[in-house]
Design a binder for this molecule. Structure first.
Ligand SMILES: NC(=O)c1ccc[n+]([C@@H]2O[C@H](COP(=O)([O-])OP(=O)(O)OC[C@H]3O[C@@H](n4cnc5c(N)ncnc54)[C@H](O)[C@@H]3O)[C@@H](O)[C@H]2O)c1
Length: 291
């Protein structure tokens, strides 16, 4: 690591510790807005970016459209100047840390649609300045941060690990679950340089109960896919078992209640019409496409 890079990292670390760094969040949806609330709650200021101008206008008036962030909370964040939303992506040079929470759907061929990540990376690249930390939080296949994000960001002429810092930290938000808020869920972090990992961990450490560093960004991407595929497979399994047991005259709910008394090797999943959220059935396709 050269002296300039070390100095850029040390400066950002100092700003994080003093809560002086401005945090940019791109994509203010089910993930981005609760994340903004958690980050604001730990003393940082947030500049939120979204392409939906009506949302931006509402958020700046303290009007939330996300259940887990009340309009009272948002109003207070705006009043205390902890939060401002904008659709002006030329302002991406202002934040010290940029978190990307844009959608990652499938296209018509059930293949990963990274267009939102690509356009966000392009917008950042056009305004990238030395010393910024960029963290991708959207769910995606292993390799996206290194193989897709990094080259676009480096079109700026700046180099990751030397001039700016790049990391991946999957979002584990569970909308509608009052038991777990963003600030109560441990965060996994992987990065493409030691310095980026150190900085990203220092940032998240300020507002989540535990940070788990892993060796690469691709590992962190794989962690998220494993979590969601695990859920997807088990939801499918319990729905299948429901049909089988129904035909046998056995009550699946009674079976699950009894099975979950096993203290190891079993985790209850419950049958139902939902599939665990809109991401769960999508994410396995991200892995199969890459694999
Ligand atoms: N919703 C969940 O429960 C959940 C949980 C964990 C991870 N994730 C992942 O987090 C990511 C975001 O999901 P979400 O549920 O918050 O999506 P969302 O649709 O609720 O929100 C996305 C936001 O991004 C905005 N947006 C779209 N394109 C943009 C662009 N180019 N620049 C800036 N803003 C843009 C949209 O207007 C919207 O406000 C996805 O990768 C998803 O898989 C979601």
């Amino acid at each position: 690591m050269d002296a300039v890079c070390a100095a850029l990292g040390d400066r950002l670390a100092e700003k994080i510790a003093a809560r002086e760094s401005l945090i940019g969040i791109i994509g203010l949806g089910y993930v981005g807005l609760p994340l903004a609330a958690a980050v604001a709650g730990s003393g940082f200021r947030i500049l939120g970016f979204d392409v939906a101008e009506d949302k931006v206008e509402n958020f700046n008036q303290g009007l939330s459209n996300i259940g887990s962030v009340s309009s009272e909370t948002l109003t207070e964040m705006v009043r205390r100047k902890r939060f401002q939303a904008t659709a002006d992506f030329l302002r991406l040079d202002e934040p010290d840390i940029i978190l990307i929470c844009v959608p990652t759907p499938l296209n018509a061929h059930r293949e990963p649609d990274l267009s939102y990540i690509v356009s966000s990376a392009g917008a950042i690249s056009r305004r990238l300045r030395p010393g910024q930390l960029v963290v991708l939080e959207s769910t995606t296949y292993p390799g996206t941060t290194e193989e897709v994000m990094r080259p676009i960001l480096e079109e700026s002429g700046l180099q990751s690990g030397r001039d700016f810092f790049l990391a991946f930290s999957p979002e584990r938000e569970d909308p509608g679950n009052p038991q777990y808020k963003t600030s109560g869920i441990p965060k996994v972090v992987g990065a493409d340089s030691e310095q980026a990992l150190r900085l990203a961990c220092a940032f998240y450490d300020g507002f989540v109960p535990r940070v788990i560093p892993v060796s690469t960004a691709a590992t962190a991407e794989a962690v998220k896919l494993m979590e969601n595929i695990f859920r997807s497979v088990n939801i499918a399994l319990v729905n299948e078992l429901k049909h089988v047991y129904d035909r046998m005259g056995i009550n699946i709910w009674e079976v699950i209640e009894a099975a979950k008394t096993k203290p190891f090797g079993f985790m209850p999943f419950y049958p139902g019409p939902g599939l665990g959220g809109h991401c769960i059935p999508i994410d396995p396709f991200y892995l199969t496409w890459k694999a």
